[in-house]
Every structure is written in structure tokens, then in C-alpha cells.
Design a protein around this ligand. Structure first.
Ligand code: 6GU
Length: 221
């Protein structure tokens, strides 16, 4: 999968995309991530990317020209253009699955007080990662790229995300590792029994209990 990110702060991505699973996915060519500083596309002699809002008001607004030109330059026929904005559709695991099947996605990170409304016209989808406001879309882009990359076939074993939290609107079951007793806390007996039918049953019940307790809203879905 090809992922392009439009951002005024490309350095923010360095550490996150060069460690652990994303790093390995890039090395194995399962994902190709490029960051584009759309300031480089500005036609303004000072490389300006923002201006004051029509009608007045505080703050600066991202202008159309640099973003439109950058998209014109990098967009393929397969590309899905996604605007990252607090007023977008709330992101979740189901959207992550859908996006992990795309050939090419382009993420636009907004900044400052907002962007010219006409930028929405070149986007196929608008995403928010939750009901709070970030200073820009970069952290949202990192969360989205991370959650999508792990779902690309071959990046992690499929079995390890079949039981992920939020699949089928259920949280993941509890897991334990050695030692059997730690500071008086014991591993549930059934997990040591070797009886896989019983273990599966136990995990299903525990996942259900945990979901009811922590996220009753998921049960209703
Ligand atoms: Cl995608 N962008 C910004 N600026 N704030 C957000 C967001 C995105 N998602 C939640 N808050």
C-alpha cells in the first residue's frame, strides 16, 4: 500500500515511522510512506500557506493553492484522499479495516485555525480520531497509519488481529504469561489445563464480561 501524507511538520513523523512494526513493514515493502511538505508547493514568494479568514475572526486559514497543487502532483487513479479534521467521521477499527484494503491513500493534515472550505472538494473522506481538538492532523495521521499498517496482510500474523479488541464490537480477552503466580496473583487454572475447548469458552466469556464492564456502549452496537 502507498501512503502519502501532506504536512507542514514532516519531522514529526520520523521516530514513529522508523521503529517497530511500521519500520519492518516499510523494509519489507508492504507499505510505502512518503511525507510531503506542502509548503514546497506554495506559489507565494515567501512560501506562505495560510492567510486571514474572509469575514474576519482570529487565526490563520490554510489556503487552497499549495494543497491543491500537491494533490495534483501525487494523486493516482486509485488514490483515496482523506482530510484529517475534528469535524470528520469518527475513526474506528472498522474504518481501519476498510482503509487497509486500499491501494493508495493520501492524508492531509490541517493546521492553525482551519483550512479553506474548498479544500473539502478534493477529498473523498474526512476523518477525526475522537471528540477533542488537536493542534494539527499529524498525531491523527500517525494513529491512522499505525492502525492500518498492522492490518495489511503479511505485516503481523493474521491470527494476532483476529482477536483484537473492537472486532465484532468486543474487547480482547485477558492474557497471562509466566510465572504462574506473581505477588500472590494466580493465572486462571483453565489456561494451564491444556483443554482448548474450555480455554476458548473461557476467553469468550471473559471478553464478554470485560466488554459489559468497560464498554457497555459496544454491546448495544
Ligand atoms: Cl483528525 N485533527 C485535529 N486537528 N484535531 C482532531 C482530529 C484531527 N481528530 C480529533 N481531533
Amino acid at each position: 500500500m502507498k501512503i502519502d501524507i501532506l504536512s507542514l511538520f514532516p519531522d514529526m513523523f520520523n521516530d514513529v515511522f522508523n521503529e517497530s512494526i511500521i519500520k519492518r513493514a516499510k523494509e519489507e515493502k508492504l507499505v510505502d510512506i512518503k511525507i510531503h511538505n506542502f509548503r514546497d508547493y506554495s506559489n507565494d514568494k515567501h512560501n506562505k500557506v495560510d492567510d486571514t479568514p474572509y469575514g474576519g475572526g482570529c487565526g490563520m486559514v490554510l489556503t487552497c493553492q499549495p494543497i491543491f497543487d500537491c494533490i495534483d502532483d501525487i494523486k493516482t487513479d486509485d488514490a483515496k484522499v482523506i482530510l484529517l479534521t475534528p469535524d470528520g467521521k469518527t475513526y474506528n477499527q472498522s474504518v481501519a479495516y476498510d482503509l487497509s484494503k486500499e491501494k493508495h491513500i493520501i492524508l492531509i493534515c490541517g493546521h492553525y485555525e482551519g483550512f479553506d472550505e474548498r479544500i473539502r472538494s478534493i477529498c473523498d473522506l474526512e476523518i477525526s480520531i475522537g471528540d477533542y481538538v488537536l493542534t494539527g492532523g499529524e498525531i491523527a495521521a500517525m494513529a491512522i497509519v499505525d492502525s492500518i499498517t498492522r492490518l495489511i496482510p503479511g505485516v503481523i500474523e493474521e491470527e494476532s488481529h483476529l482477536n483484537d479488541s473492537f472486532n465484532n464490537n468486543r474487547l480482547d480477552y485477558p492474557t497471562y504469561t509466566k510465572p504462574r503466580v506473581f505477588r500472590g496473583m494466580e493465572v486462571p487454572e483453565v489456561l494451564i489445563s491444556g483443554d482448548h475447548k474450555k480455554i476458548d469458552e473461557y476467553r469468550k466469556i471473559e471478553a464478554e464480561k470485560k466488554t459489559i464492564e468497560k464498554r457497555p456502549d459496544l454491546i448495544e452496537k
